[in-house]
Design a protein around this ligand. Structure first.
Ligand code: PLP
Length: 398
């Protein structure tokens, strides 16, 4: 069979299972409204939680960075691609996080894969929440450590696994702080206690906590005051910070070890310095954006309440990420398509991104949304039953 035929057959299979994925193309910039194929859509699926992706201040900072540093960084950071902008950004993030040191990676995916495979080896034991992000799962696979995926947020299960584990092996607990598809938060206090008891190291992924939680936007770790209990905090600059790239924070020695050992840092070109300039501006804004954080969290509470009233299951969400679980793939696709026809954009999230049987819409709100946007979404969602009467019963409404 030719490669083309093979791939086409696989794609057909995906299509038949309602698991085929394709991209839509946004014309113009990101925001509460986005244009696709000449039509305007109300956007409820971006991770731009603070509404910074198209912020004038970030654009100005990037332009200034372009003038100052040019465009490309020319080489990996260990060769000659480490520029003033990279250095300044790392100091800025370490300051915000109250960490000794920080390393910026090219993306959150690369940070997780790089830090996990550099620090953890085949003799170690890893305890990982079942709903951790794919980049964590891939990093663990690359580390070749023995790994245990505990039931989501189940501290009893984690405790049992730790108790049963050998005392001589190095142990690691890895968790998202805010879970990307459920919008709930990890029990970091309990995780810190368990880690202490069992001499485990902790890695926390703040991809969705950074900028959104904590007095200075440092994330859930900051909100809970656990900076000294967590060995490594990673996060991305591509979500609330509205930029691109990612960071890892920890002690000086651990960060220096990553500079020497993390392959996804060493064997890749440094990010364009103008991206770093924009990120520096984003960190400045984040640290004094408590009003934006309050606004987005309050708006999310409001939306979540209204969605629950319509009879949907939003799981344990407490953040700007609100799952609307419908169960099977075609129900999720139908609901997403129905919203799309009403000029509202919320992507359907299906396996393998979420467990089978928990296909959903993943709604997100940003600080640039207002009550009127939430109300238009609710008004459209409310009419879903009457427009698709065959789906008013069954798995959609719980
Ligand atoms: C988005 C995400 C990442 C990856 O970050 P990118 O910068 O987009 O590569 C890592 N972890 C979690 C939990 C995420 O949601």
């Amino acid at each position: 069979m030719s490669l083309t035929d093979f791939c086409q057959q696989q794609l057909n299979d995906l299509e038949n299972q309602n698991l085929y994925r394709s991209m839509k193309t946004v014309d113009g910039s990101q925001g509460v409204y986005v244009d696709v194929d000449g039509k305007r859509y109300l956007n409820f699926c971006s991770n731009d939680y603070l509404g910074l992706a198209s912020d004038e201040r970030l654009i100005a900072a990037a332009k200034k960075g372009l003038d100052q540093y040019g465009f490309g960084s020319g080489a990996s950071r260990l060769v000659c691609g480490n520029m003033t902008a990279h250095q300044m950004l790392e100091q800025k993030i370490a300051g915000l996080k109250k960490a000794e040191d920080c390393v910026v990676f090219s993306s959150g995916y690369m940070a997780n894969v790089g830090l996990i495979s550099a620090l953890i080896d085949r003799n170690d034991l890893v305890f990982s929440d079942r709903l951790n992000h794919a980049s964590i799962v891939d990093g663990i696979t690359m580390s070749r450590a023995k790994s245990f995926r505990y039931k989501h947020n189940d501290m009893e299960a984690l405790c049992c696994l730790l108790k049963k584990s050998s005392s001589t092996q190095k142990k690691w607990i890895i968790t998202d702080s805010v879970f990307s598809m459920d919008g709930d938060v990890a029990d970091l206090k309990r995780i810190a206690e368990l880690a202490k008891e069992h001499e485990a190291h902790i890695i926390v992924d703040e991809a969705h906590g950074f900028g959104v939680l904590g007095q200075n936007g440092g994330g859930l770790v900051e909100e809970l005051g656990l900076q000294n209990e967590i060995d490594l905090q990673m996060g991305t600059l591509s979500k609330a910070a509205g930029c691109f790239g990612a960071y890892v924070c920890g002690s000086k020695s651990v960060m220096d070890y990553l500079r020497n050992k993390a392959r996804s840092l060493i064997y890749t070109t440094g990010l364009p310095p103008s991206v770093m300039s924009a990120a520096i501006e984003a960190i400045n804004i984040i640290s004094r954006s408590n009003d934006r954080r309050q606004k987005v969290l309050k708006l999310a509470d409001d939306l979540r309440q209204k969605i629950k009233t319509l009879g949907f299951d939003t799981l344990q969400s407490t953040t700007p990420i609100i799952p609307v679980v419908v169960g099977n793939e075609d129900d999720a696709l139908n609901l997403s398509q129905y919203l799309w026809e009403n000029n509202i954009w919320v992507s359907a999230i299906r396996p393998p991104t979420v467990p089978k049987g928990s296909a959903r819409l993943r709604l997100t709100v940003t600080a640039n949304h207002d009550k009127e946007h939430v109300d238009s979404l609710i008004n459209v969602l409310k009419n879903f039953k009457c427009c698709h009467p065959e789906q008013s019963e069954g798995s959609l409404f719980i």
